[in-house]
Design a protein around this ligand. Structure first.
Ligand SMILES: NC(=O)c1ccc[n+]([C@@H]2O[C@H](COP(=O)([O-])OP(=O)(O)OC[C@H]3O[C@@H](n4cnc5c(N)ncnc54)[C@H](O)[C@@H]3O)[C@@H](O)[C@H]2O)c1
Length: 283
């Protein structure tokens, strides 16, 4: 029998984490404090699976079964009371997450793993809100979870080997590929490498070495990335890219993180990418 999974937070990540698990036959309870979010999550998952059925990649029966395997509730106790594994995916807010970890510790069975999908908080920031730090671990999924294959499993200083193994096994059971990060480090692997490459692209632009269009073409054709750094920035939102750099620059003082003046100008002009109709490109 598969593991009983609870997912806390039904936003863009939690909704799809739950659905991806259910597609692999895992029974999931998806919890959010907002009923509206739970409805939105269920509707959006139904849409994603319907498109797979239309394309002939999933049978109608399997789609219905996978949708039926995700129960929704606003009651954390009902979600985690008999869960063997919990994945937390609520807002990126330390206090909110710490409160949830403390509550989960009270509610969930003693041997239940408590995993966080946080992109920036190492598990040690949450584990000490519980009496089971050895059962706490990061599991960092990528958006959109129904498409992106990778999970970064990050061990905190107190995480036990058994918990690491259970997190790796959980990712595999969800048909996702886990990688193990042995030390807590900002940005884990993927965001560090993305950040380094993107900063280099901005340095080339600011130094007048090439146009942003040509840097994108070079990266897309030469490295086979699906999107160059500027196209990707427009896609994710230039304010997001800018604020991440500013935060790192201010907290470390390291020149490597200083945001590019041209990026800053775009953000100040409100040209944030696709969502505003213009960023590096026009949409
Ligand atoms: N969006 C991404 O691309 C991405 C990628 C990887 C990891 N993450 C991480 O995933 C987490 C969630 O991100 P998201 O983009 O899905 O956020 P989101 O804003 O789409 O969703 C957050 C959800 O948490 C719910 N929530 C807030 N407080 C709650 C509480 N006390 N109890 C239950 N539910 C509560 C909200 O109602 C909302 O539905 C964050 O930690 C983020 O760092 C995000």
């Amino acid at each position: 029998m598969s593991v009983r999974l609870a997912v806390v937070g039904a936003g863009s990540m939690g909704a799809q984490i739950a659905q991806q698990a259910a597609l692999q036959g895992i029974d999931v309870t998806l919890q959010d404090k907002s009923d509206e979010q739970l409805h939105k999550a269920a509707g959006s998952n139904r849409g994603h699976l319907a498109r797979r059925v239309e394309k002939g990649r999933l049978s109608q029966a399997d789609s219905e079964a996978a949708l039926g395997r995700v129960r929704t509730t606003t009651d954390l106790e009902a979600a985690a009371g008999d869960a063997e594994f919990v994945i937390e995916a609520v807002f990126e807010d330390l206090e909110v997450k710490r409160e949830i970890f403390a509550e989960l510790d009270r509610i969930a069975p003693r041997n239940t793993v408590l995993a966080s999908n946080s992109s920036t908080m190492g598990i040690s920031k949450l584990a000490d809100a519980t009496k089971r730090p050895e059962l706490c671990v990061n599991m960092h999924f990528f958006f959109p979870v129904l498409v992106m294959d990778l999970v970064e499993v990050v061990r905190g200083p107190a995480t036990s080997n058994a918990t690491v193994e259970r997190a790796m096994a959980m990712a595999r059971e969800m048909a996702r590929t886990p990688v193990l990060i042995n030390k807590e480090i900002d940005g884990f692997i993927v965001n560090r490498i993305l950040h380094a490459a993107t900063q280099e692209a901005y340095r080339l632009l600011d130094a007048g070495v090439a146009s942003f269009e040509d840097i994108d073409i070079a990266v897309e054709k030469g490295l086979n990335w699906p999107m160059g750094p500027f196209r990707l920035g427009d896609f994710s939102g230039l304010d997001v890219t800018y604020n991440a750099r500013l935060h790192m620059y201010r907290t470390t003082g390291d020149e490597r993180y200083r945001p590019s003046p041209q990026l800053e100008a775009k953000v100040k002009a409100g040209k944030l990418g696709r969502k505003t109709g213009e960023g590096w490109y026009k949409y």
